[in-house]
Design a protein around this ligand. Sequence first.
Ligand code: AMP
Length: 194
Amino acid sequence: MRLILLGPPGAGKGTQAQRLVEKYGIPQLSTGDMLRAAVAAGTGVGQRAKAVMDAGGLVSDEIVNQIVSERIDQPDCARGFILDGYPRTVPQAKALTAMLNEKAMQLDAVVELKVDETALLQRIEKRAAETAAAGNGVRADDNPDAFKKRLVEYREKTAPLSDHYHQTGELKTVDGMAPMDEVTGAIERAIAAA
Ligand code: AMP
């Protein structure tokens, strides 16, 4: 099972991906997590990505295409994977298609979580407050300014992916504002129908 979860920052992709990991026994591949790990480890990729990530911008297609290509070759991806936060631009989507073709792999579904942007800002503020209250470090980009930038990036560069995957006939849309369990159920139905 090879899936893409689409949706703006704060839409709940990470939470839903975790549930799908448990249900289908395939890994969640979050390019955001991989990039944060690279930043924390101080690798060359991390050093190149840090400033742009902290500001809420997008890391270059070349970097993310490369890390995804290497990651999906790992043995734990043999039965499939859930892409969370990738692709994020139409060129990345095209690179992914080429990459999968080369590896003789096929996508099973692209599921988009549709959400209301005003509610998103409240969600992200809550997420930052909860993380801080739990004594965990807050993500450098989980603040209203960087979040707004991430939303602008989303609208300009990532939202066109809906059209792209609609045209390829792979897009399934789910109401991301519904209670969490309902969203999970709707995603599972969308996958089953794919
Ligand atoms: P996320 O955890 O998915 O919100 O990603 C956090 C940050 O990592 C984003 O704001 C971008 O700076 C960077 N990032 C993650 N995935 C991508 C991607 N596919 N393309 C470009 N930048 C990305």
